[in-house]
Write a protein that binds this ligand. Structure first.
Ligand code: ATP
Ligand code: LTN
Length: 334
């Protein structure tokens, strides 16, 4: 990673089954960007425990997710693909940044409000400081660019505020990161309630297309997608269900929303839903096949985990030492 490329950092939680929203909003953009940047793609397993997890399931999901990054087309030789929990610097920097983040800022985070309403029996301090750990993830690698879905924008703004505050006190320690929001797929909505984002924690399984859904299931979910009684395929806010299907079709085929509208001019919702289903299958089937193939190669995945954790640790330590020195922690004695 010694070149003049800029640095990119992003991550996903190993909780729940990933949805088409995660793929189109995040993972797909990572693949598009990975040649252009020095990339760190992290499985943020430490974030996952802000909600109670079954240990065996978490371990399996984390490995599945790391494998999925590779299956989607991210080359682990060129990109650093690793587990957050394997690099101690994330938690260490998060502690430090906690001391430069205000309670008021964290109370305004909409994800905290949503999640604490959903998990009223377990509103732990980690759920509250979740965005600080996310800031640590990003700042630890001096990331220039952070590709995320639009729902993470508020966390990214906070990361920038924390970094600027820290730099204001100690000089230029952190790179100020920019969000990268993809043009299409930035917010894929629920198939059952197009006013809500498609989410892996939705209880209604028909609301989300899961990345591991088989073709029949995908087709059935698309056919059942909630639309309206207008009967015309137009890209506008008054028809949120159709707009969402156009976004999905557009993200899966590379066509612009205008091209999609022209293609389906005068055709019915039934035809369109089938076309959307086919487009989704054509994107997900190869991903599923590659995931199945890679999952069988235990030695290969293990080697990726080992090599990339070491690589990430090297860069993380560099930033962490600098931060510790700036703050006034005592030097190590060698
Ligand atoms: P949960 O539903 O459990 O809160 P999530 O589905 O939002 O989880 P995350 O792990 O929080 O998943 O998000 C991973 C990435 O996917 C983030 O960059 C997020 O912005 C993106 N993402 C999640 N849902 C969508 C969506 N419906 N449309 C576009 N991007 C999304
Ligand atoms: N909070 C994000 C996941 C995440 C992340 C990050 C994304 C954790 N750390 C750093 C980008 C950069 C989420 O819930 N989607």
């Amino acid at each position: 990673m010694i070149d003049d490329k800029k640095t990119l950092f992003s991550g996903m939680q190993a909780t729940g089954n990933l949805t088409l929203g995660n793929y189109l909003g995040a993972l797909k953009n990572w693949v598009t960007l990975n040649e252009e940047y020095n990339c760190f793609f992290c499985v943020v397993d430490e974030h996952s425990i802000t909600v109670r997890q079954d240990p065996a399931t978490l371990r399996k999901r984390a490995r599945d997710l790391l494998t999925l990054y590779i299956a989607a087309g991210l080359d682990p030789e060129k990109n650093c693909i690793y587990y957050q929990s394997h690099v101690s610097g994330h938690a260490e920097l998060a502690w430090i940044l906690n001391c430069y983040t205000y309670m008021g800022e964290l109370s305004r985070m909409t994800q905290f409000k949503d999640k604490s309403a959903k998990h009223a029996d377990n509103i732990n301090a980690g759920l509250f400081t979740y965005p600080v750990l996310m800031a640590a993830d990003i700042l630890l690698y001096q990331a220039d660019v952070v590709p995320v879905g639009i729902d993470q924008m508020q966390h990214l703004e906070l990361t920038r505020d924390i970094a600027q505050r820290f730099n204001g006190i100690y000089g230029d320690v952190f790179t100020i990161p920019e969000a990268y929001i993809g043009k299409v797929g930035a917010k894929i909505m629920s198939l059952q309630d197009p006013d809500k984002k498609m989410s892996k924690s939705d209880e209604n399984v028909n609301a989300s297309i899961y990345l591991m859904d088989d073709p029949d299931t995908i087709m059935r979910k698309c056919k059942r997608a909630v639309t309206d009684s207008e009967g015309v395929i137009l890209y506008r806010d008054e028809q949120p269900g159709i707009k969402n299907l156009i976004n999905i079709y557009s993200a899966c085929t590379g066509k612009t929303p205008d091209e999609v509208v022209a293609e389906f001019d005068g055709r019915g919702y039934g035809d369109f839903k089938v076309a959307v289903g086919e487009a989704v299958v054509s994107v997900l089937k190869p991903l599923q096949d590659e995931h199945a193939r890679l999952s069988k190669d235990k030695a290969y995945i293990d080697s990726v985990i080992k090599n990339n954790a070491d690589k990430a640790q090297y860069f993380a330590t560099k930033t962490l030492r600098k931060v510790q020195r700036k703050i006034g922690f005592p030097d190590r004695v060698r």
